[in-house]
Ligand binder design. Structure first.
Ligand code: ATP
Ligand code: MG
Length: 395
């Protein structure tokens, strides 16, 4: 039993002592068997929420309508969810209602993939009602039950499928993959934020290219904004070497392959409901990518200065991944950045207030004066000292 489960074991025992069933379920069981790091340990039980709450001192009604109560224990929180079935999915996303049931089998049946439908008892015995262990061993992602129906019920599962492939290095079972293909357009029924989250998780995974390959192969890409017309560029992206280190790099990689302008990238990111800071950072880094490839001398220095370190790191990582820059070139750009005499306006030896004190009028002209000073300091034509800077401005 992994340490995370050892800590949760007394919880299961408390529930069992009250005459109910309780098991570890979901991703934690799967990841433990795969010897992957475990995050949240989820517990499923035959006890109804009120019955769970009666058994523990400190609980939080996390998702009480769906049967989830968080039990707080020694600083850790465990989500304890009542066995449930989900009925009549009419809008291809979340069920209209959940029904609490007393049977583990019914609960495991509604789960998405066989490797996510394993349960484990307090003493570490695995309960495997859908051949999840065999699929785990074969590194196979297979829908529980009839794949077509399961994706038709909840279209988000299709994105989860390609995300798990990329995270776990699994292959889709043939019927599972065929069912995604048949249902791919149902993805348009799902909230963009949820698609976005799965897509980015997929792209940041060690085996992202396997996930992306099936995102294309199953035609899921046809149901997403900005990518629908891009089969060739998406396929070319599969050849990129390495893994993106953050979300900005993910969008930058795609934008570079699609040859999007920063404006086009911004439009796509808005359609994907991306966070504003991600949009700003991605378009900035894309602008820098183009500048790194085309500029030299002073204009390159100015571009490096304006973009800053995070944008440079993202741009270099992506240009390396696509083979646009060789390691030696990347070193040179890093060196050039490191050698910039100032890294931002804050590093300049004078600021707006100093200029006003020296007799300049507040206003737009002041900003231009400051910019002129930054350019000269970067060019190395003046020293970054108050006297030298003011002298340039004739004071
Ligand atoms: P991870 O937390 O690493 O992303 P996970 O398998 O724990 O992976 P969660 O989203 O935390 O995924 O969900 C926990 C469990 O709930 C899953 O293992 C699966 O059994 C079930 N589940 C989650 N989402 C769905 C869904 N859309 N359809 C069916 N079952 C689901
Ligand atoms: Mg989880």
């Amino acid at each position: 039993l992994a340490p995370d489960f050892v800590a949760g074991k007394p919880l299961l025992q408390t529930i069992e002592a009250a005459g109910f069933e309780a098991y570890f379920v979901g991703g934690a069981v799967r990841d433990a068997l795969l010897k992957r790091p475990i995050h949240d340990v989820d517990i499923a039980t035959s006890a109804f929420p009120a019955e769970v709450k009666a058994l523990f001192k400190r609980t939080v009604d996390t998702g009480i309508k769906h049967g989830t109560v968080t039990v707080l224990d020694h600083g850790a929180g465990y989500e304890v969810t009542t066995f449930r079935t989900e009925s009549t999915y009419q809008d291809f996303r979340r069920p209209d209602s959940v029904t609490f049931v007393r049977s583990l089998k019914e609960d495991l049946k509604r789960r998405d993939f066989t490797v996510n439908a394993l349960a484990m008892t307090a003493d570490g015995q695995i309960i495997d009602l859908f051949d999840g262990l065999a699929d785990l061993k074969a590194k196979r992602l297979k829908a529980v039950g009839i794949a077509y129906e399961r994706f038709h019920e909840d279209a988000l599962r299709m994105m989860r499928a390609v995300r798990f492939e990329a995270q776990l290095d699994f292959k889709l079972a043939p019927k599972t993959s065929a069912a995604i293909r048949e249902n791919h357009m149902l993805l348009t029924k799902i909230a963009m934020e949820r698609i976005h989250s799965e897509f980015v998780k997929m792209m940041l995974s060690p085996h992202w290219a396997a996930g992306l390959a099936d995102f294309v192969e199953t035609q899921l890409y046809l149901a997403t904004p900005g990518l629908a017309q891009q089969q060739a560029a998406l396929t070319a992206t599969l050849r990129a070497v390495g893994v993106c280190q953050n979300e900005v790099q993910v969008w930058l990689l795609l934008a570079w392959q699609m040859q999007w302008s920063p404006d086009q990238l911004q439009q796509v990111l808005k359609a994907w409901k991306s966070a504003n800071d991600v949009i700003a950072a991605s378009t900035m880094a894309l602008t820098l990518c183009q500048q790194l490839v085309h500029l030299s001398g002073q204009s390159l220095k100015w571009a490096l200065y304006q973009a800053g370190k995070p944008a440079l790191t993202d741009a270099l990582q992506v240009l390396r991944m696509v083979g646009q820059l060789q390691p030696a070139q990347i070193q040179t750009f890093k060196q050039q950045y490191a050698e910039l005499p100032i890294k931002s306006a804050r590093d300049l030896a004078v600021n707006g207030r100093d200029l006003i004190a020296a007799g300049f009028k507040p206003g737009p002209a002041l900003g231009q004066q400051l910019q002129l000073l930054q350019k000269q300091v970067l060019a190395g034509t003046i020293a970054n000292k108050p006297s030298a800077l003011l002298a340039v401005l004739g004071k």
